[in-house]
Design a protein around this ligand. Sequence first.
Ligand code: SF4
Ligand code: SF4
Ligand code: SF4
Length: 299
Amino acid sequence: MGQGSSCWGCFQSLVDIHMNLATVLPQLDIKYWQCVVDYKLHDLENYPDKSIAVGLYEGMARTEEDIHLLKVMREKCQTLIAFGSCSCFGGIPGLANFSDIEECLDVKFRENKTVSGGEVPSENLPAIAPVVKPNTDYVDFEIFLPGCPPTSKLILTAVTALLKGEPIELEPHTVCHYCAREKKDTPIDKILRPYQGIADKDRCLLEQGYICLGSATWGLCEGQCVNKGATCRGCFGPPPPIMQDFGANAMSMLGTYAPIPPEEIKEQVKDPLGLFNRFTYATSHLGSIRIKREEVKKK
Ligand code: SF4
Ligand code: SF4
Ligand code: SF4
């Protein structure tokens, strides 16, 4: 298990399989897990290549340490899993690519509201890459398990299959497939902010004007938000083939449903980047242009 720059939420979801841990843990021989087991990086580096059956890499690779760990895990693991949406698509941290590295360092250190005279630390801070590149730019993965975080049920399904030596069977359906709300395929005549009005609990949220990205999103969560009254924000990314441009798909979906003048859409969608590419900016077409621009600036 390896953790790049991440929030630990994916591993928390793994731990949240609760009593099933009692079945799973005795079958695992954990070789490395920074925050849980007292192995050091040099232990991992010294294992023979491909000597570890399965590796899970959580987070994206923003620092040189993250990038190194990712590459070492690739060398040592027979099967490497991109674990969670940060690892698959850059996730929420990928939104940092909307700013350049100096602006990010301003927010984090120099102009941080909770300190005075903030400075970028000169010690104990690994070198930070100028942009969040997708992990797939550094290594190949055999399996993508997206989600912010992946659900405990999905993790248990995957781990159980791996322990049996079986392929992980993942249904390709979108979130809409699992949504119990009635969809009448009617166009949207208005766009509502989430706090406006009271949604009919039985009808498709999108058709009521609330932007729900369920039809563009891989439904591995089985529609857990939409069935509890909230719109889907797309945290599982696109369905297979997984590296599609999620944001472009989601915008095109909205265009299909909403024959509304662009000015009106613009007025109601205050943060289009955060809405359509919240979890996938680093792997989007727009995001890749941004990455190239930063790389040119660096030369
Ligand atoms: S995918 Fe979500 S839960 Fe997992 S590390 Fe990234 S931000 Fe945290
Ligand atoms: S768009 Fe959202 S609310 Fe509508 S059916 Fe799909 S998941 Fe359900
Ligand atoms: S419904 Fe959408 S936002 Fe909610 S967990 Fe599923 S994919 Fe993520």
